[in-house]
Design a protein around this ligand. Sequence first.
Ligand SMILES: Cc1cc2nc3c(=O)[nH]c(=O)nc-3n(C[C@H](O)[C@H](O)[C@H](O)COP(=O)(O)OP(=O)(O)OC[C@H]3O[C@@H](n4cnc5c(N)ncnc54)[C@H](O)[C@@H]3O)c2cc1C
Length: 380
Amino acid sequence: MEFSFTDHQEEFKASAREFAQLKLNDAVAERDKDNEFSRSGWNACAEFGLQGILVPEEYGGLGLDALYYAAIMEGIGAGCKDNGLVFSVNAHVLTCIIPVLLHGSAELKDAYLPGLVSGELIAANAMTEADSGSDVYTLRTTAHRENDHYLINGSKTFVTNAPVADAFIVYAATKKGGGFFGLSCFLVESNSPGLMVGEKIEKMGLRTSPMSELGFNNCRIPAANLIGEEGAGGILFSSSMEWERGLILAPCLGSMDRLLSDCVHYAHTRKTGSQAIGSHQSISHKLAEMKVRLESSRLSLYKAAWLKTMKKPAALETSLAKLTVSESYIENCRDAMQIYGGYGYMVEYELERELRDALASSLYSGTSEIQKNIISSLLQ
Ligand SMILES: Cc1cc2nc3c(=O)[nH]c(=O)nc-3n(C[C@H](O)[C@H](O)[C@H](O)COP(=O)(O)OP(=O)(O)OC[C@H]3O[C@@H](n4cnc5c(N)ncnc54)[C@H](O)[C@@H]3O)c2cc1C
């Protein structure tokens, strides 16, 4: 067993951290307040290569694997305080680029991957509906083939990146009754006739990552925009969920590392009476627990990334990683706030924003309860 990144991966991780510190942290508090996505930050990420880490060089990407993705994104999380922007990039890569790359036709790859990698195009993944969230396969949106095009009808909600997206990965029922084997996956351009993009939805956290609803009213798209086979939507969705669950929380490892360093420093320098608060066992144990959660999260996520790199089955390990990292990240944010006392609750210290951002991690990509369902079902 090998428990360390290679020198090359470490170099990428360090330069990602430096890049994020220098280029992505401008006016994060203001943008969080205003619900504002940073297009210049998005372009900078693309220039650095983030959107193309997993994409072959022939489409303009870096042609690297899931372990590199984990290392680079951990570096980004350590340096970047704009968790919303990083979340948007992750959603674009793991739920939009991945299905096109792994299952799209040669024509779709040639037409979209270069723009999705260069930063020119932004993509969004549309699965959730008002009446189907955790029970995704009961969705009601339909797609009906007519000659050389499909007509899509229905609606989607909670679509990350939708207000700024150029392309949508949309799942719809192509067989009556839908279900896992009745779904298909489509690439829908934002200017397709019959597509309506709703107003920005205001969120508690990740406010710099825009989100909205979508409506489809006889939305007409070319039949060539079907990704994979008709009826393969369920398989495509579970494949992209495996990538997402395994890797979307890699930046949170960096955030947890950054929080812990800040807390150690604070515990040594903040005094009550003549004593540093870190000399109280209640505080030093919190630091120890934060470190335990960080290292357990790293092991779990790196194992999932290693399995994806080796092209091995990873349904169990990606759910384990999603559950472990999200719950640990939230717990560490809460501990950090307690260590900082009243200061932690004040906006100026930036911990309350981190906690608001962290809370979403136990909801998106399948809630913690759903991860437990998946894990327990795989134990039988
Ligand atoms: C920040 C954020 C970004 C998102 N981005 C996207 C996106 O880009 N695209 C997209 O399609 N969706 C997106 N979503 C939607 C997300 O995938 C859903 O919110 C999530 O799957 C839960 O669905 P729901 O909100 O309908 O909750 P529900 O399914 O209604 O669940 C409510 C509660 O019941 C529990 N529950 C439900 N069913 C079960 C069960 N069988 N066993 C045990 N407990 C259960 C849940 O765990 C939860 O606690 C996003 C959500 C958030 C918060």
